[in-house]
Design a protein around this ligand. Structure first.
Ligand code: TRP
Length: 353
């Protein structure tokens, strides 16, 4: 048997997960489950970089919702590791170390930081060093491939640069990961404003902006009905404006039909027909996900057992990697008494949520 490719990816437990997250990330993770050794994380530490996300009870609930959506989408805990980033303390530890080998100039170039920090009065240091935490996520597990949206490409390139720099300075410790970016044409835009990408955060506060993965079918139908189209009355496939193009893209992303099939189906047809077909296709895929999600949200004990198992395996891999890193840096100090403190922390944690 050939060795499976190690893959790492994560989604932040913020905003409302939408159909673009499903077709661009989750469904591809699920489709590749048998070929990859997948490690899939709910990145709650990343969520801390935006102050509004840190409403404790809400954040906690959102993490469980994200775990449920991973499972409802079809990730199988027997095939992949599923866990919560903060359960494995090595993520924070390695992020610090990587901060110390990452030139500020590299982080200054990150377009996502520029976008997220614009128009904000309080920008935490964590938002600036967000990409080094993401690099830690990936490098801890020797991930060879990182499936992500095209907006994450720059962060993955940076991860490669950081890994190469560390390896040159301190010896070969890290595997250099490769981005695995979905088709650019599959970019799904907001229903209310098809000039901008469909957004988890906008979708949370703006009705009819997005198609939530676990939205009620009625809401999905209504949102698509209200979606912006073009001025003309019928679909002209090769000259579709951004609204119609977006609906065609959503249809294609969920049905996986070819360009020709989509063109043949909709060419010359009215927008009412297009919207009806898109609604049906989306609901056919998402309605069962919603059903499973609702059942999973009632079974916290099961969710906990899944992330416990995932975190246990992740922790094993991560602690090996961090000991290599510490050795390489000359800081491998440990004390047997620390075991006791770890045990105490575990006890205290289990008494909370
Ligand atoms: N930054 C990613 C996003 O916002 C989430 C993420 C965190 C991630 N760590 C990662 C994605 C590691 C891939 C690999 O979408």
């Amino acid at each position: 048997m050939t060795k499976k490719i190690r893959v790492f990816s994560g989604i932040q437990p913020t905003g409302k997960l939408h159909v673009g997250n499903y077709t661009g990330a989750l469904s591809t993770w699920v489709a590749q489950q048998d070929n990859f050794e997948g490690i899939y994380c709910v990145v709650d530490l990343h969520a801390l970089t935006i102050p509004e996300n840190v409403v404790p009870a809400k954040l906690n609930e959102k993490v469980w919702k994200a775990v449920s959506i991973y499972l409802a989408a079809g990730l199988d805990p027997k095939k992949s590791d599923i866990f919560i980033q903060s359960m494995v303390p090595e993520h924070s530890e390695l992020a610090w170390i990587l901060n110390c080998v990452t030139p500020m100039g590299w982080l200054n170039r990150m377009t996502q930081f520029k976008a997220k920090s614009a128009n904000r009065e309080n920008v935490g240091t964590g938002l600036f060093t967000y990409p080094t935490l993401m690099a830690a996520d990936i490098l801890l597990y020797d991930a060879e491939k990182v499936p992500a949206g095209d907006d994450q490409k720059q962060h993955i390139e940076l991860t490669r640069d950081i890994a190469e720099r560390f390896n040159t300075m301190f010896g070969k410790v890290f595997t250099i990961p490769e981005p695995m970016i979905g088709k650019a044409g599959a970019r799904i835009m907001g229903l209310d404003d098809p000039s901008k990408k469909m957004s988890k955060s906008v979708g949370e506060v703006t009705l009819y902006h997005s198609i939530g993965i676990v939205d009620e079918p009625d809401l999905i139908a209504k949102s698509i009905k209200k979606a912006k189209t073009d001025l003309g009355p019928v679909v002209v496939y090769d000259a579709a404006g951004e609204g119609v193009r977006n609906l065609l893209n959503i249809y294609q992303a969920v049905t996986k039909e070819t360009d020709d099939q989509v063109k043949e189906k909709f060419e010359g047809k009215g927008y009412g027909f297009l919207k009806k077909e898109v609604t049906e296709a989306v609901c056919e895929v998402l309605a069962p996900v919603r059903q499973r999600y609702l059942a999973l949200m009632e079974d916290r004990a099961y969710l906990k057992s899944v992330v416990n198992k995932g975190a246990e395996h992740a922790h094993l891999l991560a602690s090996k990697k961090v000991s290599q890193v510490r050795d390489a840096l000359g800081i491998s100090f440990s004390s047997p008494n620390l075991e006791k403190a770890f045990f105490l922390r575990k006890e205290l944690l289990s008494k909370t949520r």
